[in-house]
Design a protein around this ligand. Structure first.
Ligand code: DSN
Length: 438
């Protein structure tokens, strides 16, 4: 397998000092090596990114921004943050970047703090149709302190845009409620987003336009999805999904005035000291994303998603909106088996070594902890080297597990095949012991 002497040394070091923690790290490393990761929001960061995140930059307080810190000793932290910001701007072709948000939700919280007052109205997709909890869930700060109004997908089965964004409905909702902020960008939407259309609606109703591209950032950065720039006033993202960096967030804009507001909203508005080890890892990841290989990777991510969706359709599954144009798909399990729930499917697949998450389908009658669907994504499997042929094999494994409905014999047979497949595509950055053969 792809051995990583640094990961080996780290594990040895931790084991000597703390066998309990080392055992957990070892077992998680083995789990990642020996299972197929289909969670659409996850990926396998490179060894360089992972090791950059495990460096002495974690020791430093660096509140503030380059050249204007509240602590001494920040010379190299300024350089690191400037490097990350410059690469982010180049990658997304925009003028300003804040690389300090600890996550996508933190980035969104800072945008809300910068642009809205408590009680202000904003518009976002119905959360049960694929939105994110930071886009107005009642128990989230966004839904508790602000007033979300939601636009739906097309629900008419006979419409060509069935289960896609209904831009007429977006306009109707926006003209009726006049939100201060219009959000686009989603957690479970398999189609291309038309940022230009959103811009026109935002202009018509007088809203600022915010794209949360957490899921599609890698596709955007490589030109495999249209860019939100120049259409959006602000763009937020995570850095660890298709972008394949460390766990974290990012705020981007072309507007200088807004950029100052976002900087203040991140620090001191919503965060204290930045995680400078993560900022270093972001810089390394953005450097990787600027290379031509990253574009080839994103093309394969899309091709693999299409291959998986196509093979599942051939096996009798319904994919919402009829397919995928990005890295993910939503499988409606009811058309295969009316009794089958997302919760059961997730559990049975995990037992077979195929990791994914239950997910509501548009207008799902079942509650979020049960659901009628599965969300599947290709970024992580593509990183480990799977191509379309392997994705077709994975589709057939999924089919067998779901047909077997938890039968132990068939689940074990698929589990063995998953291990064999994973052994052929070793993960980088893993300690040498974490192979299927061990
Ligand atoms: N939890 C992420 C996802 O799975 O899409 C969003 O934050």
């Amino acid at each position: 397998m792809a051995q990583d002497p640094i990961a080996d040394a780290v594990l040895k070091l931790i084991r000597e000092q703390d066998p309990d923690a080392a055992g957990m790290l070892e077992r998680e490393t083995e789990r990642q090596q020996n299972t197929i990761e289909l969670i659409a929001s996850e990926n396998h960061a490179s060894a360089a990114v992972m090791h950059a995140a495990g460096t002495c930059l974690t020791n430093k307080y660096a509140e503030g921004y380059p050249g204007a810190r509240y602590y001494g000793g920040c010379e190299f932290h300024d350089q690191v943050e400037d490097l990350a910001r410059d690469r982010a701007k180049k990658l997304f072709n925009c003028r300003f970047a804040n690389v300090q948000p600890h996550s996508g939700a933190q980035a969104n919280a800072a945008v809300f703090l910068a642009l809205l007052q408590p009680g202000d109205t904003f518009a976002s997709l119905e959360l049960s149709d694929g939105g994110h909890l930071s886009h107005g869930l009642k128990v989230n700060m966004s839904g508790k302190w602000f007033k979300p109004v939601h636009y739906p997908l097309h629900y008419d089965e006979n419409h060509a845009d069935f289960e896609r964004i209904d831009y007429d409905a977006v306009e109707k909702v926006c003209m009726e409620h006049k939100p201060k902020l219009l959000m686009c960008g989603y957690s479970a939407y398999p189609r291309v987003i038309d940022f230009e259309k959103f811009r026109k609606i935002a202009d018509k109703c007088g809203a600022l336009l915010h794209a949360d591209i957490a899921h599609i950032a890698g596709l955007v950065a490589s030109g495999e999805h249209p860019s939100p720039f120049p259409h959006c006033d602000v763009v937020t993202t995570t850095t660890h999904k298709t972008l394949r960096g460390p766990r974290g967030g990012l705020i981007l804009t072309d507007n200088e005035e807004l950029s100052k507001k976002f900087d203040r909203a991140v620090f001191p508005g919503t965060q204290g000291g930045p995680l400078m080890h993560i900022v270093l890892a972001k810089a390394v990841a953005f450097g990787e994303a600027l290379k031509p290989e990253f574009k080839a990777y994103q093309k394969q991510v899309k091709a693999n998603a299409r291959a998986l969706a196509g093979a599942l359709v051939d096996l009798g599954f319904r994919i919402t909106s009829g397919g995928t144009e990005n890295h993910l798909m939503l499988v409606d399990l009811r058309t295969r088996d009316a009794e089958l729930t997302g919760a059961d499917a997730e559990k049975w697949l995990e037992a077979a070594g195929i990791i994914c998450n239950k997910n509501g389908v548009p207008r799902d009658p079942r509650p979020p902890r049960v659901t009628s669907g599965l969300r599947l994504g290709s970024p992580a499997a593509t990183t480990r080297g799977f191509g379309e042929a392997e994705m077709k094999t994975v589709a057939s494994m999924i089919d067998r597990v779901l047909q077997a409905k938890g039968d132990e014999g068939e689940t074990a047979r698929v589990r063995d095949e998953v291990r064999e497949l994973c052994a052929r595509f070793p993960l980088h950055g893993a300690p040498a012991h974490a192979s299927a053969a061990s």
